[in-house]
Design a protein around this ligand. Structure first.
Ligand code: NAD
Ligand code: TYD
Length: 340
């Protein structure tokens, strides 16, 4: 049995990866190491409840003693744990540096002391900064980082620390930069689940003013499959982009959501841009395609329709998540960030 420890496995993408590993591999045990912040939800793992190859540890990646205890006998670490939302980083940048930079360093240190065979770090296209809407270029793995938001800066800093642990301490690391994910169990603060759930409640969909800004979109299960391939075939010390080439603007995504749910365009409302609203990200996928033979399996049209239908069919999940604490956060955000 191979023992894989996944940090942030109760979050949106981490839970997809935990489900993927247990579904695809018979010879894998998974430890889910998660602090359960507002974004962590064990209901995201209800499909694997009771699986004897799965274990949950509630702890912070910044807690060295807890990390050392959990890492006993672990072969592979996959580090998904992070503060992940750009809007929240405007309100509390320190939390992002604490978890994404210091927390990652602490976990790297624990992994080094425990002698793990592989540390894979989950990064983002956003470390490379943004592109103009008409720019004829995509980010390459070796491009210089040029982050523009506190979230992106914390993720870029973490990548530097990961590579420093490789060069200095010979920790066997890999990194992946992925584009924007969609799929079930995404916390309804991000574009797609926020708009889908608001539409179902006949609440306004707050499109930021620059609604032609666009993102490259991937289904979270494709992201999970790509990370699995990197664990199997990726070269130590290398970074790999994980993308699809499918770009959609905020307007286009909104149109798809309203169309699937049969809701009117009058729900669209235009609000101020977030501070530092990045225009566009796009990844060059040549390396992962040519070197590892990976490409996405889930087409955008089918994937996004199935995703919106999943939110439609699982109201008990998102209604519990969209509780009072979420409302308080949003009120605070709109008062403090957009109104000033
Ligand atoms: P998420 O916010 O849904 O989940 C984050 C998880 O990490 C939660 O379960 C949370 O409880 C846990 N966590 C947070 N702080 C922790 C700490 N200090 N110790 C232990 N656990 C902690 O995030 P997500 O969207 O699933 O993103 C997962 C990873 O993928 C992140 O590293 C993110 O930067 C990266 N990523 C996300 C996207 C995207 O589109 N969502 C795209 C590219 C990369
Ligand atoms: P988001 O889901 O926050 O992801 P990221 O900032 O990491 O790309 O935002 C995706 C896009 O949707 C981005 O251009 C901002 C826009 N957006 C809105 O217009 N309104 C919203 O309420 C949210 C959450 C996002």
């Amino acid at each position: 049995m191979k023992r894989v420890l996944v940090t942030g496995g109760a979050g949106f993408i981490g839970s997809s990866f935990v489900r993927h590993m247990l579904r695809v591999h018979d010879d894998v045990e998974v430890i889910n190491y998660d602090k359960l912040t507002y974004a962590g939800n064990l209901e995201n793992l209800r499909e694997i409840e009771g699986d004897p190859r799965y274990r949950f540890v509630r702890a912070d990646i910044g807690d060295l003693d807890a990390a050392l205890a959990a890492l006993k006998g672990v072969d592979t670490v996959v580090n998904f744990a992070a503060e992940s939302h750009n809007d929240r980083a405007i309100l509390d940048p320190a939390a992002f540096v604490r978890t994404n930079v210091l927390g990652t360093q602490t976990f790297l240190e624990a992994a080094r002391r425990a002698g793990v065979g592989r540390f894979h770090h989950i990064s983002t296209c956003e470390v490379f900064g943004d592109l103009a809407l008409d720019e004829d270029r995509a980010f390459l793995e070796d491009d210089a980082y040029a982050p523009r938001t506190p979230y992106n800066a914390s993720k870029a800093s973490a990548n530097h620390v990961v590579m420093a642990y490789h060069h200095t301490f010979k920790l066997p690391v890999t990194i992946s930069h992925c584009c924007n994910n969609y799929g079930p169990y995404q916390f309804p603060e991000k574009l797609i689940p926020l708009f889908a759930t608001n539409a179902m409640e006949d609440k306004p969909l707050p499109l930021m003013k620059s609604s032609q800004n666009r993102r490259e979109w991937i289904h979270c299960d494709d992201h999970s499959a790509a990370v699995d391939v990197i664990l199997q075939k990726g070269r130590i010390g290398q970074a790999y982009n994980i993308g699809t080439g499918v770009e959609k603007s905020v307007e286009e995504i909104t149109g798809v959501i309203l169309g699937v749910l049969g809701k009117p365009a009058s729900l669209k409302t235009y609000v101020a841009d977030r501070a530092g609203h990045d225009r566009r990200y796009l990844l060059d996928m040549t390396k992962i395609r040519c070197e590892l033979g990976w490409k996405p399996a889930i087409g955008f049209e089918q994937g996004i329709r199935r995703t919106v239908e999943w939110y439609r069919d699982n109201p008990e999940w998102w209604k519990r998540v969209k509780d009072g604490s979420y409302q308080r956060y949003y009120e605070n955000y709109y008062k403090k960030v957009l109104a000033v």
